[in-house]
Design a protein around this ligand. Structure first.
Ligand code: MIG
Length: 667
């Protein structure tokens, strides 16, 4: 059952698709109180209670024991001491022997979760402004609570099927030539690929909706050529736009009055990649229309996917901050104190001050002016709605690819996400795994991290191991930052091994897509910690380095340097599949319990529950070339079983139950 409680006068948040009547009684479980730092919601925690959710954030799958914050920021590196990342996903589930409930704090501004940080036996949530809706969902299991939450907030975004293919990306050195070279090398290696992301270096001076004339001299022709080869190009769209009358898109925006302004009517301006920028007020319909219009010429060129970035929004500097920093940098050395040096070294922190530099950063919502901090967490999501409206304007019947960096609950209906600027660290490979179920709980099914790591230099071994995990997640993108070791797979000593792992991905796509689509259609979580499915197994509760995938599988990646295997806990009898290429499959029946699984660097393992089976296709070079007739079922069957297989044309928005069929399997 879902109950709603209203505090103060909340801004509209676009998070829910169901209208729930507010309760008059006080909310159970929580003690609600106005405190100095905001409106607080406190609940005592039982010893055995775990806390799941919070979407994109650091630390464990069980979030208990730390303090987290919802205030979208661009603040890499994603270390353990961070409390906030790029998004705000204020949904959590508290589950113990006595109680099981979910709570969604639908608050678009600064919100804090002290989940046993100050007091290990207490959770306190604080809303800075105290204007919010709270939805309380009680049900018997985490899975049931999650389903109700998704029914409240709406069906998850579904990308075109080609988006399940391997995506190559690189910030800094992309060009027509580089793409062609990578394609050539991949062909030689037999490495399947469907898409390339185009980053801001592909733009003219980092300006949205342009092409870099040096590296992309013939964009129209290039896009067409790649299309003929079956390759999708996925341009980036940043949140802000250069404030410059020579920029046509800016001029159009000014004519239509789409940018954020202060109470005095002055346009908000701050520095981002292209220089001084204006910030489209995506909260307004006309702004979303302006954004949608900007996409039309790309869509007409045949581009059908985008990624959107810097939409927390991320700001490098404000105009005042810039001056302050410049003054400090030119300070003389006379009597300069240690504190002065400290400030000098922290110049980056001085560059944008929300109070002064951001005073004109306001949004118009229902004819009222909201200062950005009051609705801050919705900005990226509102941009995603604008992108989606642009897609529907062009073609209402087809799906388009969109994944965004910032997101909120609500925009999960129109966009996927990538998990931001991670590092080429082993700990971030594991973090990738831990984030997936939390993302799913909050409605984000189409998600994935930068495989190999974005910042820092990756290694052959880390790249290979990360691919061995990354092939199991819907968004499979290899992306890295300029100045770091290049990460196109042909550049590695292990390139042949890597190519074979990517081939396995393509063999698994019929299964992954089928499970993804069923999870979307039924409001389910595709990735779950063992604790969700085996609530009565005390061992399952503590496992944070394995995940259930769909209704049949379990994954357990190697995430340590030089490891030649790992311990795996099986909550029931399972068939272990160990492989290093689609045709090297080893199948071993294992009993419930602990097992050491030996895994050479090029080997991965996954597990299929006994008496279940999954489809496995012959590898293909592109998603569209996967042959359904090549599918065979793999599993350990002692009784008859029918796998519920979903497939469709991969593109139309009309998604129907008729696309489901049972594949009968015999022992
Ligand atoms: O300030 O577009 O997270 O994926 O390569 C960095 C350049 C801006 C951040 C994104 C990253 C992207 C990069 N962007």
């Amino acid at each position: 059952m879902i109950r709603r409680y209203v505090y103060g006068q909340p801004w509209p948040s676009f998070s829910c698709v169901q209208e729930i009547c507010p309760e008059a009684e006080p909310m159970p479980y929580f003690h609600v109180q106005q405190a100095e730092k905001g409106l607080t919601f406190t609940t005592k925690l039982e010893k055995d209670e775990a806390i799941y959710g919070l979407g994109e954030n650091v630390r464990g799958i069980n979030k208990r024991g730390f303090v987290y914050r919802s205030y979208a920021v661009d603040d890499a590196p994603e270390t353990e001491s961070k409390s906030a990342l790029y998004a705000s996903h204020n949904f959590l589930v508290i589950k113990g022997g006595k109680r099981c409930f979910g709570v969604f704090f639908d608050d678009p501004s600064l919100f804090e979760f002290d989940l046993g940080f100050t007091d290990p036996e207490e959770a306190t949530m604080t809303s800075r402004y105290g204007k919010l809706n709270v939805y309380l969902i009680e049900n018997r299991s985490v899975i049931a609570v999650a389903k109700e939450f998704r029914q409240l907030t709406g069906r998850s975004y579904i990308p075109p099927k080609w988006a399940f293919g391997y995506i190559q990306s690189r910030f800094g050195d992309c060009s027509e030539e580089e793409i062609n070279r990578t394609l050539d090398e991949y062909r030689k290696l037999g490495l399947p690929i469907d898409s390339f992301c185009l980053d801001i270096d592909c733009l003219d001076e980092y300006q949205n909706f342009t092409w870099n004339p040096v590296t992309f001299p013939n964009p129209e022709q290039f896009v067409r050529e790649k299309q003929e080869e079956g390759i999708h190009l996925i341009p980036i769209v940043d949140a802000a736009i250069r404030k410059d009358d020579a920029n046509e898109d800016y001029r159009r925006g000014k004519e239509k009055d789409v940018f954020c302004k202060g109470p005095g009517g002055e346009e908000f301006a701050a520095y981002v990649w292209p220089g001084l920028c204006a910030f489209p007020d995506y909260f307004q319909e006309k702004t979303r229309k302006w954004l949608g219009d900007r996409l039309q010429r790309y869509l007409r060129m045949g581009i059908s996917g985008f990624w959107s970035d810097m939409n927390e929004p991320s700001v490098f500097a404000g105009q005042g901050g810039f001056r302050r920093a410049a003054e400090l940098a030119s300070a003389t050395d006379e009597n300069y104190s240690f504190l002065g040096f400290g400030r000098m070294m922290g110049i980056g922190q001085l560059l944008y001050d929300e109070k002064s530099d951001g005073k004109n950063f306001c949004h118009r919502i229902d004819d009222e002016l909201a200062e950005n901090p009051e609705v801050h967490n919705l900005y990226g999501g509102m941009m995603a709605f604008g992108m989606d409206e642009g897609f529907r304007m062009y073609n209402p019947d087809e799906r388009f690819l969109l994944f965004s960096r910032s997101s909120c609950i609500g925009s999960h209906r129109v966009s996927g996400v990538w998990l931001g600027d991670n590092h080429s660290w082993w700990s971030h490979l594991l973090m990738n795994l831990k984030m997936m179920p939390s993302m799913n709980l909050c409605g984000y099914l189409f998600a994935g991290a930068d495989i190999g790591g974005f910042n820092g230099d990756t290694t052959d071994e880390l790249m290979l191991r990360w691919l061995e995990l990354g092939i199991f997640f819907p968004l499979m993108r290899n992306h890295s930052c300029w100045g770091t070791r290049k990460q196109e797979l042909y550049r590695f000593r292990y390139s042949e091994k890597m190519a074979k792992i990517v081939q396995i991905r393509y063999s698994l796509i019929p299964y992954l897509y089928s499970e993804f689509m069923k999870a979307a259609l039924r409001d389910e979580c595709m990735y779950r910690p063992l604790a969700f499915d085996y609530p009565d197994d005390p061992r399952a509760a503590g496992i944070e380095d394995q995940l259930l995938l769909g209704q049949e599988c379990m994954i357990a990646p190697v995430y340590e340097q030089n490891a030649k295997g790992r311990m795996v806990y099986l909550p029931e009898d399972m068939l272990m599949i160990r492989m290093s290429s689609p045709d090297s499959m080893e199948e071993i029946c294992l009993a419930r319990g602990d097992h050491y699984i030996a895994l050479e660097t090029e080997q991965l393992a996954f597990f299929i529950r006994k008496n279940r089976a999954i489809p496995f296709a012959a590898p293909a070079d592109k998603v569209k070339n996967i042959e359904e007739s090549s599918i065979r079922m793999i599993g350990w069957l002692q009784e008859e079983y029918g796998y519920e297989y979903y497939n469709d044309d991969g593109i139309s928005r009309q998604i129907s139950q008729d696309n489901l069929k049972i594949i009968p399997c015999k022992p």
